[in-house]
Design a protein around this ligand. Structure first.
Ligand code: ZN
Length: 246
């Protein structure tokens, strides 16, 4: 099972909501692209399902980790130019599944933010590289977000308490961009925003502070992505699959 070929990106997007499992997911996978959207005048918001409480590589007390990682994600968002950053409560890093509760929480966020485009993790697993993109939390958030786009957020009878008790009107998201999935075929040139992506990633000190040669590793990874998808030598890229959901 894989994705169909990507649709052409919508030309008239005003708001994008990025829904991911952990602090740093956006910055590793797609912050160079988000920075380009911000520069184009698109309003971007982040919704993080967990505070990454199972992350880190040192002796930091575990109860400190959610606080540290929330602050790191807010600093990273500032480096990209994203002002709105929200975290869901009640979901622990490493235990996320695509429950009805998660679908309801993401639906509420969609109805509040009213995005034209959603950027989220791929619900499809990559079998060529099990670690990283295909973390079970990523797959679960991608699946729950896709269900929230269709049918939940557009259907007034889905989670009726959202409309009845909170006045959250149905909203139709028109497009989803998936990050981290198999065979992404829509390439975005991030050469000009790469420095901001790097600054955002460096803000995640608890995750990347111990890595030697991090800049070079990242430059290589995004250079290979660009080259293998037809961009000129020396360019850097992120890659996605785009699905229309109108
Ligand atoms: Zn993650």
């Amino acid at each position: 099972m894989s994705f169909a070929p990507s649709a052409a990106p919508l030309p008239d997007v005003e708001r994008v909501l990025c829904v991911f499992a952990h602090p740093d997911d956006i910055d590793f996978g797609c912050a160079g692209t988000v920075a380009r959207w911000v520069d184009e005048g698109i309003e971007a918001g982040y919704l993080l399902v967990t505070r990454g409480d199972a992350g880190g590589f040192d002796e930091t007390p575990r109860e400190r980790m959610p606080v540290i990682r929330e602050a790191e994600q807010r600093a990273a968002a500032a480096a990209i130019g994203v002002k709105q950053v929200e975290f869901l409560d009640g979901y622990a890093d490493g235990t996320v599944t695509a429950t009805l509760g998660l679908r309801r929480d993401i639906t509420a966020a969609i109805r509040r933010f009213r995005p034209d485009r959603i950027l989220t993790a791929s619900p499809l697993r990559r079998w060529d590289r099990l670690a990283g993109p295909s973390h079970p939390d990523h797959l679960a958030v991608g699946e729950a977000t896709t269900c929230a786009v269709y049918p939940d957020s557009r259907n007034p009878f889905a989670f009726p308490e959202l409309l009845r008790d909170h006045g959250l009107q149905p909203w139709r998201v028109r497009e989803i961009w998936f990050s981290g999935g198999p065979d992404p075929d829509h390439v975005v040139d991030i050469t000009d925003t790469f420095d901001r992506k790097l600054a955002a990633l460096r803000a995640h000190v608890s995750q990347v502070g111990h890595l030697d040669g991090f800049d070079t590793m990242l430059r290589d990874r995004h250079g290979v992505l660009a080259r293998t998808r037809g961009l000129p030598d020396g360019r850097l890229a992120e890659a996605f699959t785009i699905v229309r959901t109108e």
